[in-house]
Design a binder for this molecule. Sequence first.
Ligand SMILES: Nc1ncnc2c1ncn2[C@@H]1O[C@H](COP(=O)(O)OP(=O)(O)O)[C@@H](O)[C@H]1O
Ligand SMILES: O=C(CO)[C@@H](O)[C@H](O)COP(=O)(O)O
Length: 471
Amino acid sequence: MTLVAGIDSSTQSCKVVIRDAETGKLVRQGRASHPDGTEVHPDAWWTALQQAIDEAGGLDDVAAASVAGQQHGMVVLDSDGEVVRPALLWNDTRSAGAAADLIDELGGGDKGRRAWVDAVGIVPVASFTLTKLRWLARNEPENAARVAAVCLPHDWLTWKLSGARGLDTLRTDRSDASGTLYWSAATNEYRHDLLELGFGRRIAVPEVLGPTGIAGTLPNGAPLGPGAGDNAAAGLGAGALPGDVVISIGTSGTVFVSSDVSPDDPSGAVSGFADTTGRFLPIVVTLNAARVLDAATKLLGVDHEELSRLALSAPAGADGLVLIPYLEGERTPNRPNATGAIHGLTLRTSDPAHLARAAVEGMLCALADGLDALVARGATANRIVLVGGGARSEAVRKIAPALFGLPVLVPPPGEYVADGAARQAAWVAVGGDAPPTWSAEAPEVYEDTSVPLIREQYAAARDAVIDRVSR
Ligand SMILES: Nc1ncnc2c1ncn2[C@@H]1O[C@H](COP(=O)(O)OP(=O)(O)O)[C@@H](O)[C@H]1O
Ligand SMILES: O=C(CO)[C@@H](O)[C@H](O)COP(=O)(O)O
């Protein structure tokens, strides 16, 4: 049996799966936690990766491996390859002002947003790497002066796994490069001029590999694939078909499809990322997803199972109780300084069941807004494929179809990002024009009639949310 390894270094944890390259059968797996926070030293990811690899029985017997990971995080290296400062993650909003400045510097307002979309397919928001580099240049000039190269979490882990032999051996893939603001998925080229605009000078960046490019080798000589951003990898792992929109409820909420065309959205709601197969990945991302449910469990003093039971015991629409889930600010819509809010408290709605229902509905309504934006930019949406830790909630699975207005397919609980990385590794090991076809267990299908009232009451409350004045 030829074995391949897939790794997902996500926001909250690191997961490793070892699968049969031919059939996709799961052979071994491991997992380790990451520290909390929106600023994390990459060494913590390396430690977690070693633990997860050990738990998965090691990589000595694999024929190929690929690393997928949380996107956009700014990993800055000095000329010796040492990490200059802890990485600022995708959900760190301190660079919101830098994002606004970068739009101004390409003409401001609609003109500036259009210029960024034309250049790199995305509009600056605090999540994207270049805004973090601008923040570094303005706020930590001594650290900025030491920076010789910038890369992303999955690039850095791939580089470490291959022995970290110099900045010129850094490699990345199209999907992750497309979330930096200095690489264009349309032209497959770096925009060094925009990197210089943001950071003030040119620095080294990883070479961008094609779908089966070799990024290095493991100690046993097995090739390391190009890896991927976590969403693109989830698309590959979940085996989405044309007309399937993938919605992932992890730390982030993401709504995406694989497409032949970039979404060309100057509003910035839909980003024109790349996928893992040489195409595009139009995507909407929210900052608040599974952790909204985590927060609700804390507020109510219950576990996830009880939260789900409570939510399902309340009526659809929670009698008008609406939870706006901007607990970490928000990226789509771009409200980095907003906070969460609860609207519609009455004596009738002041109980745990209504609050649990409002939490689930609020989180899902934000994703339903994302789905609308994706469809408005030309995506075909026949079915939803629901993945990520939040999909383990029965309430989420049962309520989702009424808000998305489409059948919701839930594959068996699994690590779809790591699986996508494993499938890419199998493609690298086996070769061919397309990733190998793996058999998959049938998904559960959830269907319901849409309940427009819930979306309407959410929209009214969403637009009434005020932004924080100071943090
Ligand atoms: N049964 C459940 N119901 C709701 N949320 C859950 C459940 N199980 C796990 N989660 C949440 O899912 C999240 C982890 O999902 P995951 O997709 O691995 O996130 P990430 O990729 O961002 O690390 C955590 O916030 C966790 O609390
Ligand atoms: O910022 C994005 C994509 O643009 C996020 O999707 C991150 O890639 C983090 O993903 P999770 O760790 O929450 O799954």
